[in-house]
Design a protein around this ligand. Sequence first.
Ligand SMILES: Nc1ncnc2c1ncn2[C@@H]1O[C@H](COP(=O)(O)OP(=O)(O)OP(=O)(O)O)[C@@H](O)[C@H]1O
Ligand SMILES: [Mg+2]
Length: 497
Amino acid sequence: MIVDVVFISIGLNYVTTVVLKVGNSIIKLICSFLALHHNFFGLSIRLGYRLRDNMYYFSSEVFSFPLNCLGRHVCVFGRTGSGKSTTAKVLLFELLRNGVSVLVFDRVGEFNVFDGARVLVPGEGFRVAPLAFEGDDVVSGVEGIVSLFNNFFFTTYFCPLSPLQSRVLRDVLEGYYYRFSEVMRVSRLVEEIRVVQSRYSRVKGWVEGCEALVSRLYPFSKGVLAKVFDSSEDSLDRVLFDGLTIVDLSVLPTDEAKNFLTNIVCDRVYRLGKRLEPSSGLKLVILVDEAHNVAPFIPNYIGVLEKIAIELRKYGISLVTVSTRPTLVSKNIIANSNLIISHSLTSNEDIRLVLNYMVNELEQESFMHVLRTLNVGEALVQANLPEYGCRAIKVKVGLPEHEHLINVKPKHVQKEEGDEKVDDKLWKICEHMPAYVKRILYTVACSEENLTVKSLPISKRKLKEIAYTYNVIEVKGDKIILTEYGSMIAKRLLAIK
Ligand SMILES: Nc1ncnc2c1ncn2[C@@H]1O[C@H](COP(=O)(O)OP(=O)(O)OP(=O)(O)O)[C@@H](O)[C@H]1O
Ligand SMILES: [Mg+2]
């Protein structure tokens, strides 16, 4: 009798376990079916075709992942020419298809390939006021500006403002804003720092500290850069949160200017983002190409992009960083990214670092070879998807609907009719102009026409000869000014420099 009862209870237990196991498997199966086909059931990003191990032809399995995977930041890595920008364009296309707004920092001028994009061209209707702040509290406003400059100095020169430079900047800005309500311009800041420099010329360290500040800020107050940075008005607003906005950094002549503008715009986005309502949906994706320039790896340093990555996720703002070398990019950004797409890499250091974030320690050796031998357009993708067992997946980026994004030439920003012909003509003239005339033209343009004949190592007679032959400058008494034609060529020259 007891034996019977024991057998019956064992039997019941067994049946229950089997039923539970079968039930569990069916639920798992349904879940993975739904997950694999989330493009039919929810918003998804279709990246490309999945490549199976040991298969040298494409499988027809589309690799896609839910849109919310992008909500926790993305990193795209790969050596030069491996397909990073193309992958970024595919991601952009997919985000726009899903109705997410995107802000692109385009250092090379290659992302203007989408219809209806709003392209912000620095100097042509787009300028920023680096010394502006919101609200009436001068002290905290000035602190914000000092921190912006600190970020710019850190990311560009790999050293922060010294305590003395921060103090000079703080004193000059506060002194100005307690007296005036208009936003201070960079040229005025440079002038005022010079005044401080001469006032404290006998105090040890002040001259050098102020000189370092002035020499780094001066270029933003003269020539073409003044058109972008020497302004008391920002032409940035909430429009950033609507559709595709591209900041075309390629027209800026120096890396410093590109970094400064990126830091300023990101700083504005950070402040705007903090005022949004917390949201679980994706509102804005910020795509930064060549991200090692603005979010470099500096131990114990948190810049504005890191702050966006760490603090703005809960407000629906996400970051896509693209770079050739993961070792050069801030670890804070990589560690906070949920989706990592790595095209082929060559340096062992880069491969090890990226694999650290993609696969577990035991698998790293086997994946090293995979990362080294990926073809152009192929990538190893770690999206931490449970349906793939959180494994890294090999993908050939691009589906038939992305065909038009590969090898596409960027559109020209809409110009007035005939502008392109004038541009070509100017280009030819620049090419044939003697170098010494170009140098004079450049010097006159940078001096904002405050140049005297005596300040140039060339005689007045020779200058008049140049004025007559090339019609680019005019000698008026002791002053040299640009003709209309000369200023058009100077603009071209400054853009090339
Ligand atoms: N997914 C792809 N499918 C087919 N061809 C591709 C793909 N991705 C890139 N290519 C090819 O490789 C070329 C270089 O790609 P891309 O400009 O995206 O590389 P990159 O890594 O951004 O290079 P760089 O470091 O110079 O910016 C493209 O012009 C295209 O011809
Ligand atoms: Mg590229």
